[in-house]
Write a protein that binds this ligand. Structure first.
Ligand code: SF4
Length: 247
């Protein structure tokens, strides 16, 4: 774990609606414990010499100076990489932003244990749920039970949680997978959280070019999904009365 007064990032910028509510100042934190073959940010997988160090004060000052344009319920979003890899600094930063009246959001794979303080502090949480099956999650570096535990923890708090499924042909597109997704999402929904939403994101290759530049191999050849793949998952989710949104 790094020190608590700084975060390490590989990118920052403004984005409207897809990284949380409203207009947001988005920081991409370096480092990830997963290795998804379709990752669109391969340059952010480790905290290396290219990472930019920002103190908590730097970020708070930047957010305050941008406050006027963080409209429509906007604020600061911490995404990645995987934000929870910089847990202690993230906790400090979220608390400071809160103290200064800035709305906070994280995007996470929710796979690390010991992150309850982050989940308790952040205003809006977006979690990628990539597969309901242990072997698939293990293949990218995680443990399904920890992810489920983390999502249930946040869902039970009643605070906003958006669960996203990145739909990828070779990885999570069978009918069995759709049923298993729906079954776990129903469990989340049964917590009674009124602020629980679900979204399907479809595979894209926006990050593919970066692999060449980094001398890395892009191995996905069967990622694109069809309209039918989407319909199959949507049908299962709708059968469970889940709130499905499209950002
Ligand atoms: S969890 Fe996200 S950042 Fe990490 S490897 Fe997977 S897609 Fe990339």
């Amino acid at each position: 774990m790094r020190d608590t007064d700084s975060i390490f990032i590989f990118q920052k910028g403004f984005n409207y609606s897809q990284d949380g509510p409203g207009n947001r100042l988005v920081y991409h934190l370096s480092g990830c414990n997963f290795r998804c073959p379709w990752c669109s940010n391969p340059e952010g997988l480790s905290i290396d010499d290219n990472a930019q160090r920002l103190t908590i004060d730097d970020v708070v000052k930047e957010a305050l100076s941008a406050k006027m344009i963080l409209i429509d319920g906007g604020g600061v979003t911490l995404t990645g990489g995987e934000v929870t890899c910089q847990r202690d600094a993230v906790i400090s930063l979220l608390k400071e932003l809160k103290k200064n009246g800035i709305h906070t959001c994280i995007e996470t794979n929710a796979s690390l244990s010991g992150c309850e303080e982050i989940f308790d502090t952040v205003d809006y949480m977006i979690a990628d749920f990539k597969s309901p099956f242990a072997d698939k999650i293990k293949s990218i570096g995680g443990d399904i039970e920890t992810i489920k535990k983390n999502l249930l923890y946040r869902a039970k708090s009643g605070k906003p949680l958006l669960v996203r499924v990145p739909l990828i042909k070779f990885f999570n597109c069978t009918e069995d997978t759709a049923k298993a997704f729906a079954l776990f999402f129903e469990e989340l929904n049964n917590t009674g959280n009124e602020n629980l939403f679900f979204e399907i994101l479809t595979y894209h290759e926006f990050g593919k070019e970066k692999y060449n530049k980094l001398n890395m191999e892009y191995t996905v050849t069967d990622g694109y999904v069809t309209e039918d793949d989407i319909k199959i998952l949507l049908k299962e989710l709708k059968n469970k009365d889940l709130k499905i949104i499209n950002t």
